[in-house]
Design a protein around this ligand. Structure first.
Ligand code: FMN
Length: 243
């Protein structure tokens, strides 16, 4: 199984250690990125990705290296320390650059069978908010199964985390890795994603707004609006998913 591991920070504190140990428990084929080291931009708001394609974004070169890694992986792991109750600004900046791959825009079919793990550590409060937010990003990118791991570590470094909390981290990451290995990183779209997909199909069928013209063309080219082809999406395992 290939794993893409994205750290929302450069340093190797508690969040790094939890994310890294989770990845290593799942497999050894790990492609790792650190933000801001590997990508350090916020969206410039030019709208190029929406109208002309993500490949024309002024920051596309670095974005695509990370996003292509996600596309070619079975498992995506994203870690972020809790900063003012949210994910780090660098991670948010990265997600701003790939929103055109959301379900409603131009989703990538290979995402429809992946598993994600989203992780946050915080001192006391806000970690659940971060994992909820990261899981939402995964959902809209089409990832059907996301495990949310959040830990209140009451510390500003990994060395400062007490043994009881570390024991809990080991138990939870062991359990999560076991589940993912058993399913070989594979997951199938749930009812929420299917419902969302059928709503979006209706939306694109019935709308000709210039704002969504590029998206609509994508849906037409994929034959997702074609009545004879309703509900068939082929994922990377060559399985036709009924959506
Ligand atoms: C800028 C900043 C904002 C923070 N905001 C929060 C917060 O909202 N809630 C919280 O519990 N801890 C907060 N913390 C503490 C860190 O989330 C906590 O120490 C975390 O475990 C650090 O992870 P790391 O060791 O991977 O850096 C903040 C720390 C920093 C530097």
């Amino acid at each position: 199984m290939k794993i893409t591991l994205i750290h929302g920070q450069n340093h190797k504190g508690s969040t790094y250690h939890v994310a890294r140990m989770t990845a290593e428990k799942i497999g050894s084929n790990i492609e790792e990125f650190f933000l801001p080291r590997d990508f350090n931009e916020g969206c410039s708001g030019c709208g190029t990705c929406l109208h002309n394609g993500r490949e024309n974004c002024p920051h596309s070169e670095k974005v695509e290296i990370i996003f292509n890694s996600m596309l070619s992986s079975d498992v995506i792991i994203i870690g972020s320390p809790t900063y003012v109750m949210e994910m780090t600004a660098h991670l948010k900046g990265f997600f701003e650059h790939i929103f055109t791959a959301w379900l409603g825009h131009r989703p990538e079919e290979v995402m429809f069978s992946k598993t994600a793990v989203v992780i946050s550590t915080g001192a006391i409060i806000g970690m659940n908010n971060v994992t909820k937010s990261l899981a939402r990003q995964m959902f809209y990118l089409g990832v059907p199964k996301t495990y949310r791991l959040s830990f209140g570590v009451m510390a500003a470094s990994w060395d400062g985390v007490n043994s009881k909390v570390k024991k809990k981290i080991i138990t939870v990451t062991d359990r999560t890795a076991r589940k993912i290995i058993t399913r070989k990183g594979y997951a199938a779209p749930g009812i929420k994603a299917k419902f969302m997909f059928s709503m979006l199909r209706k939306f694109h069928k019935n709308n000709d707004l210039p704002l969504f013209a590029t998206d609509k063309k994508y849906w037409i080219d994929k034959k997702w609006l074609d009545k004879t082809n309703l509900g068939n999406i082929q994922n990377k395992h060559n399985i036709y998913l009924k959506i």
